[in-house]
Ligand binder design. Structure first.
Ligand code: ATP
Ligand code: MG
Length: 295
């Protein structure tokens, strides 16, 4: 199995044929982390990423937006940690989106996300994203009420309109040189229970346990239906979703770094070239410096 194959295995470029229930959250593509080839693949995907990201930064033409969505305890944090080990922190920012505050609620739903987009040469990771607007807001209609939308705009076509707006937003980003890579870390309901239990049983994980997460778990089926619709409605060529089997954290990490590596390889960013004139000026500067240093 090569990184390229792993990246493509979970990519959804035309959501219209997609069904979340067809994805096994425990899938590992036949790889086993106890075996050397999987460990090598994991290490390689990070090593390659480091080199490619430097070129992305140096070239300064493309930007990369990584969108991470998951159910609670889906492993977003550990995925971010893993990707960050492969990147120069100066070239990457993480933005976490929580419940919107009063100022954010007075704006359209994309406003705060637009403000967090990456500039050219950079990678930005959205830890939760504008997609919460068709997930948590859809599962809990009372959240929508807080958004003070004019009542004429809150009809049966609200969610379809949001999907249309998101598609247009991401199309605009793609046309401007921002590559949009979306990941849904897919865990099973049982795996979520196991992870919550760890948070209760292990003292140094207690801080991660939240009673609110237990409340949300009661809406599991509604979330799955909303996720399925989200992927079907917004996975397109210019902004694919990667539906990552995430019951095994090592596998989810490997898929994410493989997708990033494969994407950057395709962009093939180049270091800026030096013109003849610049080379001449550098040579002159070199003579001055060498003279000053007595070399
Ligand atoms: P972790 O629990 O791993 O620290 P998290 O992303 O779950 O990470 P929390 O602070 O627990 O962070 O939760 C953030 C909450 O904010 C989530 O429940 C999410 O659904 C909610 N949220 C994010 N965006 C919106 C939004 N646009 N409208 C309403 N709620 C939102
Ligand atoms: Mg949480």
């Amino acid at each position: 199995m090569k990184q390229k194959d792993l990246a493509r295995r979970h990519r959804v470029t035309d959501g219209r044929k997609f069904r979340l229930e067809d994805v096994d959250p425990a899938d590992t593509a036949g790889l086993d982390i106890e075996k050397d080839d999987a460990r090598e693949l994991l290490a390689d995907s990070i090593k390659d990423l480091r080199k490619l990201q430097e070129r992305l930064y140096a070239e300064g033409r493309w930007a990369v937006l990584v969108v991470l969505q998951a159910m609670d305890a889906g492993g977003k944090d550990s995925a971010i940690e893993h990707v960050m080990t492969g990147i120069n922190p100066q070239g990457c920012d993480v933005r976490s989106f929580k419940q919107p505050g009063p100022i954010e609620l007075r704006h359209d739903f994309l406003w705060r996300h637009v403000a967090g987009l990456p500039q050219r040469g950079k990678i930005v990771i959205f830890n939760r994203s504008h997609y919460e607007e068709v997930l948590v807001v859809r599962v809990h209609p009372e959240i929508l009420e807080k958004q003070s939308l004019p009542p004429q705009l809150v009809g049966d076509d609200l969610w379809e309109n949001r999907f249309k707006d998101i598609r247009a937003f991401e199309r605009h980003l793609a046309n401007s040189g921002t590559v949009v890579l979306k990941f849904f870390l897919h865990i099973s309901k049982d795996e979520q229970a196991r992870r919550f239990l760890d948070r209760i049983d292990e003292a140094d994980k207690n801080w991660k346990f939240s009673f609110g997460d237990l409340e949300e778990r009661k809406h599991w089926d509604d979330y799955m239906a909303a996720c399925d619709d989200m992927i079907r409605s917004t996975a397109r060529d210019h902004a694919p979703w990667h539906v990552v089997p995430a019951n095994n954290k090592w596998y989810a990490r490997m898929v994410i770094s493989s997708v990033l590596t494969e994407t950057l390889e395709r962009l093939d960013p180049q270091y800026p070239t030096v013109t003849d004139e610049e080379r001449q000026r550098m040579k002159a500067a070199r003579d001055v410096l060498a003279h000053e240093a007595g070399l």
